[in-house]
Design a binder for this molecule. Structure first.
Ligand SMILES: [Fe+2]
Length: 128
């Protein structure tokens, strides 16, 4: 069973190398705080806030997965070179159709060297 690394606020971390390590491996969810039931809703997941991750053949972000609670909604996969082999913020926008009363969004990302990383959850109100 893989360890699931969870994002911690890097302002609470002292060592610069550790801030960089945590931030560049963490998926961040960007979306509106409310959605309309049945309408398409864009959810962007971007890797890292302040620090970029390598895109090397032996070390890259291989996938980004979006969940609503326990339910897997969507997954994007990358190959090394998607980002030109340059250090970057891997990013993907999923267009989903919310049907319940709210979304409890969580993203996971997988680095080929450093494993699975989980975002801070984001709650979205879904109006009729
Ligand atoms: Fe990594």
């Amino acid at each position: 069973m893989p360890t699931i690394n969870k994002y911690v606020n890097i302002d609470t971390v002292e060592r610069e190398a550790k801030k960089d390590y945590i931030d560049r491996h963490s998926p961040f969810i960007h979306c509106a705080s409310s959605a309309k039931k049945g309408d398409m809703f864009a959810v962007t997941v971007k890797m890292g806030n302040e620090y970029t991750h390598p895109d090397d053949f032996d070390h890259y972000i291989e996938s980004v997965t979006l969940f609503n609670g326990e339910t897997k909604l969507a997954m994007a996969t990358f190959i090394p070179g998607t980002l030109g082999n340059e250090k970057s913020h891997a990013e993907v926008t999923f267009n989903i159709r919310p049907m319940g009363k709210k979304l409890n969004l969580v993203a996971h990302a997988y680095c080929t060297k450093h494993g699975v990383w989980e975002s801070t959850p984001v709650e979205v109100e879904v109006a009729e």
